[in-house]
Design a protein around this ligand. Structure first.
Ligand code: GLU
Length: 230
């Protein structure tokens, strides 16, 4: 278990992400991190240890930006370390992912991606995800996430941001919890309701393999075939 949060809105994302993660501390964790989109770039900060380490770093060197994802990790593959902490990013740092769960076939995927020229820097199963999305990315993040997840076996709740589509978060779950918080002109994802309760009481519990696209002007929930879920 661990925690995921994501925020899309007009306010500064980093304090909202850290506050949301603090509400998920009861789930247990060994490291914490955020990835935030600002001026078309993805900035990542992630540290082994208490959430306080991340919070202190962000206090000293604040990150602007009003779209971002955050994570508290409970290591399953690879020791607790800064490098193994989430978010994980593809080599060009265009795609950033937080993941809760276990990718059972990550070794096979790592070998397959390795043959296509992808390098890996962490010991985690998670690092295959941003690289798989990168492999399938042809200008539509939702489609790339659908294709990537169709190759992934195991359990996951993921939140994804992409430098080329700096107005959104794409998220999906399978056998790991993920909720969507619906505010006024601001939207959230989280592993559990306490992470969003200070911002909204309107919450949608995603079903397995429901994809959500969060933007400042609203959310769309779709199946893997692209059909809208009401
Ligand atoms: N399996 C992933 C890792 O070890 C995610 C663990 C989690 O759910 O926090 O990094």
């Amino acid at each position: 278990m661990c925690g995921i949060v994501g925020f899309v809105g007009m306010k500064e994302a980093s304090p909202i992400l850290v506050e949301g993660l603090s509400k998920l501390e009861y789930r247990g964790y060994d490291s914490a991190g955020v990835a935030i989109l600002e001026n078309g770039e993805i900035n990542v900060r992630k540290y082994k240890g208490r959430l306080k380490n991340l919070e202190d770093n962000l206090y000293q060197n604040p990150l602007g930006g009003s779209i971002g994802i955050g994570h508290t990790r409970w290591a399953t593959h690879g020791e607790p370390s800064d490098v193994n902490s989430h978010p994980h990013t593809n080599e060009n740092a265009t795609i950033s992912v937080v993941h809760n769960g276990i990718i059972e076939n990550y070794i096979k995927l790592k070998e397959w991606l390795g043959k296509k020229g992808y390098d890996f820097y962490s010991e985690t199963d998670t690092e295959v995800i941003p690289n798989l999305i990168d492999y399938y990315y042809k200008g539509d993040l939702f489609e790339a996430v659908v294709k990537a997840t169709s190759k992934m076996e195991g359990s996951y709740a993921i939140g994804v941001i992409c430098k080329n589509e700096p107005d959104k978060i794409v998220a999906v779950r399978k056998d790991s919890p993920l909720i969507v918080g619906i505010g006024e002109g601001e939207y959230f994802i989280a592993s559990d309701i306490p992470a969003v309760i200070n911002h909204t009481r309107e919450v949608y519990l995603l079903e397995d393999k429901e994809f959500v696209i969060l933007k400042r002007d609203g959310i769309e929930i779709k199946t893997e075939d692209g059909e809208e879920v009401n």
